[in-house]
Design a protein around this ligand. Structure first.
Ligand SMILES: Nc1ncnc2c1ncn2[C@@H]1O[C@H](COP(=O)(O)OP(=O)(O)O)[C@@H](O)[C@H]1O
Ligand SMILES: [Mg+2]
Length: 377
């Protein structure tokens, strides 16, 4: 799920109150677990972490299976009546994709336990994985505002960058999966297919309301500047350091596979670069220095080339496209917040996009030169 969304009232917007009740969840999961693993199995505790994304829910589960205690995490699809951010979820597809990655690469992913596609037991499909011990760069407040990442030494921050780029390199070398990624229409280039799906998502999100002119100009820019098709790879999708757990600045678990797709490798490389810029820009606007030398476009691109032999191409295009994807998701989240009475409708719909100035500067071709002028490229 995208950054800076966790705090804007997701709980209030979730009508399915029983899903917020740990004892209800523990009972339901316990019944479910016994039916799978026999009467000796037991769910001993369920906790709902406070900082949750808005796409799926993450539950901390403790269970006894075959006489051993396990710390687990259940990822549960959103309830349809909660007006989910995305129209459809394929949680079992995510589970199978993670298994594909575990089988074919040495990308660290949590050990998988079960997938339950039937909504009956919990009200929505879910899967269960092992709980990994590690730290995630925080989104709220962003890690650039002050966190274990910003407190690291330059050497540790560099290790985090090279190892995180290494995660992308390994994912991109995986064989193409047949599960957990959207189907590309026969004869359609995967990038064009990705843009088509984003546009469909935007149309769905903006149906019956004022659209955002900036997003529409963004789509037109993307159509005009579309790069030549390239060989598709497995892309992680939400490829940002905020979806990786680290120990000692080294990845120990790669999470959040719901945006996975087949497409050009630059989709992931540019998303990693852009989301850091997004946080860095907010930090500078707040009058702080942030991490201007961390995860820079030049460093990420050079490191990706060093590890894969592929120099990322067309990064002006792909970073703008990343900013557009983020704009569409942010627009959708804001529409949802307005719908639930948690936000006021702005007079200018483009104001729903927190990074509108960056998108405008990218389209004008001035964004990266101004970053360079600040010595941050
Ligand atoms: N297997 C896991 N082990 C430990 N913590 C996890 C695990 N999966 C998720 N988490 C915690 O839940 C948070 C959200 O998980 P994530 O998969 O990124 O979902 P989303 O961002 O869609 O809510 C993570 O940042 C992490 O703190
Ligand atoms: Mg996440």
């Amino acid at each position: 799920m995208s950054p800076l969304t966790e705090d804007d009232g997701a709980q209030v917007a979730r009508p399915s109150e029983s899903r917020r009740d740990p004892s209800w969840l523990r009972e339901r999961l316990d019944t479910w677990l016994k039916s799978h693993e026999g009467p000796g199995a037991q769910v001993t505790a369920v906790d709902i972490p406070s900082a949750n994304g808005m796409s799926s829910e993450t539950l901390l589960v403790s269970a006894r299976v075959d006489g051993a205690d396990h710390d687990l995490v259940a990822r549960v699809a959103p309830m349809p009546d909660s007006d989910p951010v995305f129209g459809s979820y394929d949680l079992d597809g995510q589970y199978r994709l993670i298994r594909h990655v575990a089988e074919h690469t040495d990308v660290p992913v949590p050990r998988l336990w079960w997938s339950e596609p039937d909504p009956a037991p919990l009200g929505a499909p879910f899967f269960v994985m092992s709980r990994v011990d590690g730290d995630v760069p925080p989104d709220v407040m962003p890690y650039t505002f002050g966190s274990w990442v910003s407190e690291g030494t330059p050497e540790q921050q560099r290790r985090l960058m090279t190892e995180s780029v290494g995660v992308l390199a390994k994912i991109h070398a995986a064989p193409l999966p047949s599960v957990g990624v959207p189907v590309v229409e026969p004869g359609e280039d995967p990038l064009r297919s990705h843009v088509r799906r984003l546009r469909e998502f935007y149309r769905w999100a903006s149906e019956g309301r004022a659209g955002a002119p900036l997003i529409e100009r963004g789509f037109a820019w993307v159509d005009e500047h579309m790069p030549e098709p390239s060989e598709p790879v497995l892309c992680w999708g939400d490829a940002r350091i905020g979806n990786i757990m680290y120990r000692d600045f080294t990845p120990v678990a790669v999470l959040d596979w719901e945006m996975a797709t087949l497409g050009p490798r630059e989709l992931d490389v540019a998303w990693m670069i852009f989301i850091h810029r997004f946080f860095q820009d907010i930090t500078e606007l707040a009058g702080m220095a942030g991490l201007p030398d961390f995860l820079t476009r030049d460093d990420v691109a050079a490191e990706y080339k060093r590890q894969t032999g592929h120099p990322p191409a067309d990064l002006d295009f792909y970073t703008l496209y990343a900013a557009l994807i983020h704009a569409v998701v942010m627009y959708r989240i804001q529409c949802r917040a307005i719908h639930f009475g948690q936000a006021d409708e702005p007079a200018d719909p483009d104001d729903m996009i927190m990074h509108r100035a960056s998108v405008e500067a990218m389209m004008a071709g001035t964004y990266w030169s101004s970053v360079a002028e600040r010595g941050e490229s």
